[in-house]
Structure formats: structure tokens, C-alpha cells
Ligand binder design. Structure first.
Ligand code: NDP
Length: 281
């Protein structure tokens, strides 16, 4: 039987858990605050930033917004980050990507204190994940682990194939699945016989950035299929997986919208509340 994984419901569960933790901290006199920095006014970024601010309000966290003009220099942005790193009442710093072309994203990511790196993009956070030490985990892959666990899907010992090796999805996803004791294969644009490799997967995680590329020809009967892709079309959103063609062949599948997408923000909220403990260590 095919089951649709309900990312909306699971993300609400997580946000409600965060809400309780935020309230408990408030009762001890601790306010959780996320600084949200946006440079320029890219419409897609503005939607993401607004959703993050709404999620903060839902969970009872404070958010402080920094909306900087497109022509902000790298030095100006770095000096704002330094100020936020030093402000004790700021727990998490989120710089919405992508940044304008004249700003070096890596330099900005490196400038954020690893103790406030709620996106989990800092090299120290990635290194900690790699060697199994505490640190922030990139929100989208962390959300996928929660989707699997909270849907009762066993990970240990399973063959997991990931399509995509980006720093924000594919690579951290592979490390997390390894941590959960899956047998992991990472594929990318140079992989030979992609269909055959994907057909080995008990759990297929697709982060390829190509609308509806993955059809039933890539999916083993009864596999779990996680679709990370988000594409805006006139008819609405779609993922990297052709849902109509694949859903009849798998045991579990995430829809787009309503699958992985809502989990990313829920895990950001989770990271913000966890940051309090990291900062008081
Ligand atoms: P990237 O474009 O950074 O990475 C895509 C990866 O797919 C690359 O590793 C690339 O390989 C690989 N790839 C591209 N074409 C092929 C192909 N034909 N065969 C095999 N592999 C291929 O994308 P992201 O990881 O940032 O994002 C992936 C998707 O997930 C996008 O649709 C994005 O919008 C979405 N997304 C959704 C999020 C959410 O919250 N739900 C969060 C982040 C992303 P190579 O390395 O060789 O180029």
C-alpha cells in the first residue's frame, strides 16, 4: 500500500514541541531570538524570510529583521554579522541565500559564529556532523530524517540512494543517513547508469533540481521516495519526482507541496531553541 508522508502535519508536531520548549525557557527568563538578514529584495527570498518570521511568531520566539539594500557591501554585511555574533540576546543568525553576486557567500557563512549557525552551513558545523560531534545540522536534511522516523520508516541497514551532492542537501543528507546506519550511495550528474543505481534503493532521496525527472523507471517496487525538489510552474508547485508516475510503485512518498518543504522551517525553529543550550555550555 502506498502512503503519502504528511510533511505539514509532521512539521506542525515539531513546531508545537519547539513552542513548548520556548515557553519553558521563557518561564526561566530566557527569550529565544533569531536574527533574520536579507540583502536585496528577491521575491522568492522575501517569501522564505516572511515564512521564517511567521514560524518564529508561532513558536513564541522573537525575530529581529535586517532588510539591507541590494548595494550593501560585503564589509557592511560582515560587520553586521560580527555585531550579531557579539549580542548575547541573539541566539541564531540566519542570512537568507542567495546573496547578491558582489558578496562572497562562503565568507559570510564563515563569519557567522558556529554557536549561532542555525542553518548549519558553517564549515565547523559540517565538520562536526562528519565526525559525529554536536553542532547544527542543515535544516532540510535534518527534516527528512524526522519525516522518516516519525512515519515509522526503518533506516538502519537499508540501501539509501541520494541524487544530488550539494552542500546544503545531498552531502549532509548522506552523512545523516550514514549516522542512522543506512548503506549510502551518493549520485550526481556524472553517475553512470543512474536508473540502475536508483533501483537498488530502499530509500531514494531526490535533490536534483530538475522538474519531475524521476519516473517509475528509477524506483524499486515498494521503495520510500523523498522528493526535495521545489519548482514553481503556472499550474502550481512540483518536485523533482513525477508523483503521478512514481506513487503507484512505492510504499511511501512525499508530495510537493506539503512534504519536505515545511520541514525545513520547522527544523530551523528546532535549531534556534537548541542554540540556547549550545550557547550556555
Ligand atoms: P543543486 O543544483 O545545488 O544540486 C543538484 C545536484 O543534482 C547536483 O549535485 C548535480 O550534480 C545533481 N544533478 C543535476 N542533474 C543531474 C542528473 N541529470 N543526474 C544526476 N544528478 C544530477 O541543488 P540543491 O541541492 O540546492 O537543491 C535540489 C532541489 O531541492 C532544488 O529543486 C531545490 O529547489 C530544492 N530544495 C528544496 C528545499 C526545501 O526546503 N524543500 C531546500 C533546498 C533545496 P553535480 O554535482 O554533478 O552538478
Amino acid at each position: 500500500m502506498m502512503n503519502i508522508i504528511d510533511g505539514k502535519a509532521i512539521s506542525k508536531q515539531i513546531k508545537d514541541e519547539v513552542k513548548e520548549k520556548v515557553a519553558a525557557l521563557k518561564a526561566q527568563g530566557v527569550t529565544v531570538t533569531l536574527a533574520v538578514v536579507q540583502v536585496g529584495n528577491d521575491p522568492a527570498s522575501s517569501v522564505y524570510v516572511n515564512n521564517k518570521k511567521k514560524a518564529c511568531a508561532y513558536t513564541g520566539m522573537e525575530s529581529e529583521s535586517f532588510e539591507l539594500p541590494e548595494e550593501t557591501t560585503q564589509e557592511e554585511l560582515l560587520s553586521l554579522i560580527e555585531e550579531l555574533n557579539n549580542r548575547k540576546e541573539i541566539n541564531g543568525i540566519l542570512v537568507q541565500l542567495p546573496l547578491p553576486e558582489h558578496i562572497d557567500e562562503n565568507a559570510v557563512i564563515r563569519a557567522i559564529s558556529p554557536k549561532k549557525d542555525v542553518d548549519g552551513f558553517h564549515p565547523q558545523s559540517v565538520g562536526a556532523l562528519c565526525i559525529g560531534q554536536p553542532g547544527f545540522v542543515s535544516c532540510t536534511p535534518a527534516g527528512i530524517i524526522e519525516l522518516l522516523k516519525r512515519s515509522g520508516i526503518e533506516i538502519a541497514g537499508k540501501e539509501c540512494v541520494i541524487i544530488g551532492r550539494s552542500n546544503i542537501v545531498g552531502k549532509p543528507m548522506a552523512l545523516l543517513m550514514l549516522r542512522e546506519n543506512a548503506t549510502v550511495t551518493i549520485t550526481h550528474s556524472k553517475t553512470k547508469d543512474l536508473k540502475d543505481v536508483c533501483k537498488r534503493a530502499d530509500i531514494l532521496i531526490v535533490a536534483i533540481g530538475k522538474p519531475q525527472m524521476i519516473t517509475e523507471e528509477y524506483v524499486k517496487e515498494g521503495a520510500v521516495v523523498i522528493d526535495v525538489g521545489i519548482h514553481r510552474r503556472e499550474e502550481g508547485l512540483c518536485g523533482d519526482v513525477d508523483f503521478e508516475r512514481v506513487s503507484g510503485h512505492c510504499s511511501y512518498i512525499t508530495p510537493v507541496p506539503g512534504g519536505v518543504g515545511p520541514m525545513t522551517i520547522a527544523m530551523l525553529m528546532h535549531n534556534c531553541v537548541e542554540s540556547v543550550a549550545l550557547q550556555t555550555e
